[in-house]
Ligand binder design. Sequence first.
Ligand code: MSP
Length: 647
Amino acid sequence: MEKGTFYITTPIYYPSDKLHIGHTYCTVATDTIARYKRLCGYDVMFLTGTDEHGQKIEEKAKAAGVTPQEFVDNIVTGKGGIKDLWKLMNISNDRFIRTTDDYHVKAVQRIFKKMYDNGDIYKGAYKGMYCTPCESFWTESQLVDGKCPDCGREVHYAEEEAYFFRLSKYAKPVQELLESGEFLEPASRVNEMINNFIKPGLEDLCVSRTSFNWGIPVDFDPGHVVYVWVDALFNYCTAIGFMNDKYDDYDKYWPADVHIVGKEIVRFHSIIWPAMLMSMGMPLPKKVYGHGWLVIDGGKMSKSKGNVVDPYMLADMFGVDALRFFLLRTFPFGSDGNFSNELLISTINTDLANDLGNLVSRTTAMAVKYFGGTLPTEREYDALDDELVSMAKALREKYAFQMDKFQLHLALDEIFKVIQRANKYIDETAPWVLAKDEAKKARLATVLYNLLETLRICLVLLAPFIPDSCAKAFEQIGADETCTTWDSAETFGVLPATVTVHKGETLFPRVDMAKTLEELEKMNKPKGPVFPPVEPNVTIDDFAKCDMRVCKVLSCEAVKKSDKLLKFMLDDGSGTPRQILSGIHKFYEPEQLVGKTVVAILNLPNRKMMGQDSCGMLLSAVHEENGQEQLHLLMLDDSIPAGFRLC
Ligand code: MSP
């Protein structure tokens, strides 16, 4: 029975936010393949996890007022976090790696040192335009009007020490690997990689950073942290014990049989990853499979568009198996798919409620009604049976052919052709007519047995997709564990002749399309704004240091060549007009503000903006939601005189 090992992985997810339906799609697909391989008799290692380092996480943690570790702990292990989501979705991973796990951190340091020692990592200089206050390098094309795209300030050319990986050295072997046709699938992705990345020439890759701290330190050069993709890719090896003592499965499972990844990270997995493994002298994974994306109205799902689909809500509303099934039945695995609630509901109603659910409930109900639940032994064959029986017998092979190519939707197609044929067989044989004639009992038993057997085979093959529902259905059709194995799906006639069925709960209730769409719309209505937590306490003395005064706007005009800046001349009560520049042109036209009573901090150091002095800062009420900044300039009652101090 044992067929050898099968090592399969998902990408490790960034815990920078809650995961959405796109991430769930990737993990559910990988889980289904892992379950399929176990069913076939493989010794499977299924790995998933989280990719926890990097600047973005560091920044998000800072904004939330917690440490990066606290931040990721909450998203990974907190209530409703990533681990909870995989539990809910019935994900059968054997292992879960977090890149902040100590064993992984130490192993990556050893790996980095090894590539350094063998000469494939060397120290060089990172060059580009640098914004000092933002501590960021930008390429020319990222600059806005020649200035920092984040803060609008001047940038200057700078070089920074950094480590580089000799990716260029591996261009040829990587190209050969890609062209071998086996390594990267679907085939369309191979051309994409060769044309977009290999042909223009592979440059060495910068593999260390000094501009932030939240990463694995380069242990032989303090101040440098390992580039997050080097850290992340090696998870596939460290999680099974490579260069660490935590696990001891590396020899057993490496090289991986397949890395399942989304299309935008194929480049890292099919170019950088094999090159680094070659440098380490390690065997290469057998396959990288790049699946498509779930999109909404043809576009990307994103927080800023407010169209992110929450898997928790859908699983709660429709059931975990219905959601798993929908994801894999509807979208060809290699291409993009357009997600919609209508499609989800119609798939549940057509395939699960009508075709599969009805077949189970009609068949068991008839066996109970006509035979008290237990079939008699007598049989009577009819030529009407042939097509159904031969389709059921041939199903396992057709299904395996598609599953082995990760064509999950086509494997389901094969199963549903048989289920639809079985429903037609009920209409053709009309058991309710046979039941009226005592002499047709044997024929009736044959029809019901054929239906139960067909169902059994379909359910064995559906189990990797919808495991819980299949377990319930097996119980209903009277299939014990000897009748649910991979081997048993090859043979027609495995259920005992006198099988006993049990009527059970409806497996997939029909969903009322109009009502449910309305409910979903209500639930998705944007809720009120979410404000950041209150900053840590300051003392009253700290506060008193900020000299905030009431000012009257004497004049206001747009600064030439700037989209953002307005120049104010203010009466601050001192008798000498004060000039302040403020980046609020997006929100106000200058003429709206002349004569207004505003508030400014006067004792900030003067700052040059677009070559002009700004002597202080106007106060505004601001909020950022979904990537959109909202701003209201603070305006006071005009009866308050200029120069009054705020305290
Ligand atoms: N941390 C990296 C992966 C490192 S693997 C060594 C990463 N993380 S991610 O959280 O941004 O994405 C993880 C996976 O989710 C990717 O394969 C990505 O393609 C997938 N998806 C994210 N959004 C998706 C959709 N809308 N649809 C389908 N999959 C998508 O990249």
